[in-house]
Design a protein around this ligand. Structure first.
Ligand code: GTP
Ligand code: MG
Length: 415
């Protein structure tokens, strides 16, 4: 048997500096994405231009330079940091003779490799097809002579047309499946709301440590890895806060600058977990020089999702990697999801940010109602208890719903 050795593709990264963004930081991130997708980065080029060229995105001189570099260095993949129009992509490919993709397709590719659940797969496939549909031009335009079972086309119909029709049909079918999932998710959320359990969503830039925090707090066992987009599907787990309140903690998909809008649309139901939360934790990696920018990207997306009213707590993670405590913005929450540093304070802040749903009361449980005490202890906090002649006297903080349920045993409201 002959084993074929697969070499990673040799990529050249291209960015355009229009003076509006930190192109170098963006290209560094593109490098990480490229490596995550399994290719090797040979070089990076940045061209300064006030705005992209309509036909080729970069200037013609630069394109010639890139073509020569590709030939001399066996480059087999060009990756542009900005989404290219279908025409630009085709023109660059024709001029350079090298397969050309953009940041959007790269991210879509990584997501496709990560999607393990049915839901994730549907969302990624939908986003990919929506991206690919307007880009299906060129080769297929020639009339194809090949027919055959399953490949039959109407007279004079090009392969391209059947491809496009197939993709449109697929997009429609995937959209329908996604709708069903959304309905299921909505009913789960409704159930949670009915049970009066508030939701706390963990959102933030990819690789910030969201799943590590989730695991630290709930032993959810979510996959944690030092790679981009480790998590695609939301995981929800119960968590008891120090004031005794039970909340549902939700881990979500990581975000990134220039997140393809097709992905935002396809992942809408996932992101809605955040949009409907009672409190949002915007987790960022304090050890990353771009931490503030990462917080901003997340905040922008939250605004886009209509989360304006929900309290957002910025959480600076990975403080264990920081030597200078001044790096942490004043009065902000600094934690290490790895060592547990700062977690107690985080939990207090979450409890503080949640709408009040609890009351402190004094109760007297007759001896024959003793079984209620463990229930109160489970859902609330017992500050003091004492056996008196009539039964068990409790000073406790409990859910308003429990207070209503056991109203007959309440002697007085404490606050
Ligand atoms: N030193 C240090 N590393 C951390 C901390 N929290 C997370 N990490 C590491 O950061 C990497 C990413 O962690 P994840 O929890 O997978 O990050 P995430 O935000 O869920 O990432 P995505 O799911 O890809 O969006 C892993 O290698 C973690 O071990 C921390 O507090 N300190
Ligand atoms: Mg994760």
């Amino acid at each position: 048997m002959i084993e074929l050795e697969q070499h990673p593709e040799r990529a050249l990264l291209v960015g355009l500096d229009t003076g509006e963004e930190n192109t170098e930081a963006l290209l560094e991130e593109l490098e990480e994405l490229t490596v995550t997708a399994g290719a090797q980065v040979i070089a990076k080029v940045i061209q300064k231009l006030p705005c992209p060229e309509k036909a080729t995105f970069i200037g013609s001189g630069k394109l010639t330079e890139i073509t020569e570099f590709c030939e001399a260095n066996d480059i087999d993949l060009l990756i542009f940091d900005t989404e290219l129009s279908p025409t630009q992509q085709r023109n660059i490919e024709e001029a350079s003779g090298v397969r050309t993709i953009d940041r959007t397709l790269l991210i879509l590719d990584i997501f496709a490799g990560r999607a393990s659940s049915g839901e994730g797969r549907i969302q990624v496939e939908l986003a990919r097809y929506r991206y690919l549909l307007p880009r299906l031009t060129g080769q297929g335009q020639k009339l194809s002579r090949q027919g055959g079972i399953g490949m039959r086309r109407g007279a004079g119909e090009s392969k391209l047309e059947t491809d496009k029709r197939h993709i449109r049909r697929r997009i429609h079918a995937l959209g329908e499946q996604l709708k069903e999932i959304e309905v299921r998710r909505e009913s789960q959320r409704k159930r949670r709301r009915k049970n009066g359990i508030p939701t706390v969503a963990i959102v933030g830039y990819t690789n910030a440590g969201k799943s590590t925090l989730m695991n630290h707090l709930t032993e959810a066992g979510v996959l944690v890895e030092d790679m981009l987009f480790a998590t695609l599907d939301p995981t929800a787990r119960g968590l008891k806060l120090p004031d005794g309140r039970n909340v549902m903690l939700v881990d979500t998909v990581g975000l990134i600058r220039k997140l393809p809008h097709h992905l935002v649309e396809a992942f809408h139901s996932t992101l809605e977990e955040a949009a409907e939360a009672d409190v949002i934790l915007n987790v960022c990696d304090l050890s990353n020089p771009e931490a503030e920018e990462h917080l901003r990207v997340t905040n922008d997306l939250l605004t886009q999702l209509g989360c304006g009213e929900i309290p957002v707590l910025p959480v600076f993670n990975k403080v264990d990697l920081i030597d200078d405590p001044m790096m942490l913005p004043k009065r902000s929450i600094g934690i290490s999801a790895l060592t547990g540093q700062g977690i107690d304070r985080l939990l207090e802040e979450i409890a503080h940010a949640l709408p009040p749903t609890r009351v402190r009361v004094e109760m007297l449980l007759p001896f024959h109602k003793g079984e209620i005490a463990p229930l109160l202890r489970k859902n609330g906090v017992i500050h003091a208890e004492e056996y008196v002649a009539e039964g068990l006297k409790l000073d406790c903080t409990i859910d308003k719903m429990d207070a209503e349920k056991y109203q007959e045993f309440i002697i007085r409201n404490l606050c």
